[in-house]
Design a protein around this ligand. Structure first.
Ligand SMILES: [Zn+2]
Ligand SMILES: [Zn+2]
Length: 337
């Protein structure tokens, strides 16, 4: 077996380069994965543009699927040859206050994949066993990859939301996250309203399962949502504080806006809109590994899938640039074969 593997590393802000690296054995509690596919996510910019403090060089990528080819000591429950995935959260510690309360997402000692340690833009990667996700046989590695971050984030938020079957759920933004959010919301049994800019997204939104399409450039999305009775949940997958504020009045009393998209703008809502109607504004960070397992199983059972464009690993820089330019429809996935 080869002693080296190819990886694409960020060597300084904005620069991605293909390099050859030495294979190393997995340390205790970790596994080595032969990566087969890795999604390109907007959060990779945290590494590539250095928005997080990065210890250069760093391999980005937190939507990877591959097969375990070596186990570190003490790893239980996983076997060599098993197909696994790793998402944004690198694996919980098991002993901090939050882990002890069962809140693995907010583990105090959790690293972020591709940020604090090398991620999936590579033919091989070392991953913490507690962060691994199992991949159902009927999902290809390419199809499963984007579900580990974009899929998990939208699925987990909807699954933990207070909406019941038949309730109106709105998805703001039809991009990498939103095009999955609409499909999950439809398959979970909600009445689904998709909100985006422009009339040309209407057809796609309906195809993804939306019952209603609201063009936010042509009408006030809050008024439109209220005309359907008001949303129980609004999934905010677009960044931008003004867009969050513009939809907030579309919530019915007791409804919640869940922010999933990161942006620099502050979010402004009026205290009156919060108080009268007991509305809520909250954030949600991806999900825990068990919910990731559920995301993949649910996706396979219901036929939810990301719209994908693949690129070979050595084209990672181009794939990343295309995603950053907003030209990916809708998820770029790097393949290692
Ligand atoms: Zn991501
Ligand atoms: Zn912990």
């Amino acid at each position: 077996m080869a002693k080296t593997y190819r990886a694409v590393q960020a060597s300084k802000p904005g620069r991605l380069e293909v390099v050859e690296r030495e294979l190393t054995a997995p340390p205790p509690g970790k596994v080595r994965i032969r990566v087969e596919a890795c999604g390109v996510c907007h959060s990779d910019s945290g590494t590539v543009e250095g928005q997080f403090p990065i210890d250069w060089p760093r391999v980005p990528g937190h939507e990877l699927v591959g097969r375990i080819d070596a186990l570190g000591s003490g790893v239980q429950g996983w076997t060599v040859g098993q197909r696994v995935g790793v998402g944004f959260l690198g694996g919980s510690c098991g002993y901090c206050e939050f882990c002890r309360n069962g809140d693995l997402v907010n583990c105090r000692n959790q690293e972020y994949t591709g940020i604090h340690h090398d991620g999936g833009y590579a033919e091989a990667m070392i991953a913490k066993a507690s962060g691994l996700v199992s991949i159902p046989d009927d999902l290809s590695s390419v199809d499963a990859a984007p579900l580990l971050c974009a899929g998990l984030t939208t699925f987990s938020a909807l699954r933990n939301a207070p909406a019941k079957a038949g309730d109106l759920v709105a998805v703001l933004g039809i991009g990498g996250l939103g095009h999955l959010g609409v499909q999950y919301a439809r398959h979970m049994g909600f009445e689904v309203a998709a909100i985006s800019r422009g009339a040309d997204t209407a057809e796609l939104a309906k195809k993804l399962g939306a019952h209603h399409y609201i063009d936010s450039t042509a009408s006030d999305p809050a008024v439109a949502l209220q005309s359907f009775g008001g949303a129980k949940v609004i999934l905010i997958t677009a960044s931008g504080g003004k867009t969050v504020a513009a939809t907030f009045k579309g919530l019915r009393p007791g409804g919640v806006s869940i922010v999933l998209g990161v942006g620099p703008e502050p979010i402004e809502t009026s205290s009156l809109d919060l108080i009268f109607g007991s509305r809520k504004l909250e954030g949600a960070l991806t999900g825990d590994p068990a919910t990731a397992d559920a995301t993949l199983r649910f996706s396979a059972l219901s036929g939810v899938s990301a719209m994908i464009e693949t690129a070979p690993l050595d084209q990672a820089a181009n794939a990343y640039a295309k995603m950053m330019a907003g030209k990916a429809r809708f998820r770029m996935v790097l393949t290692m074969a």
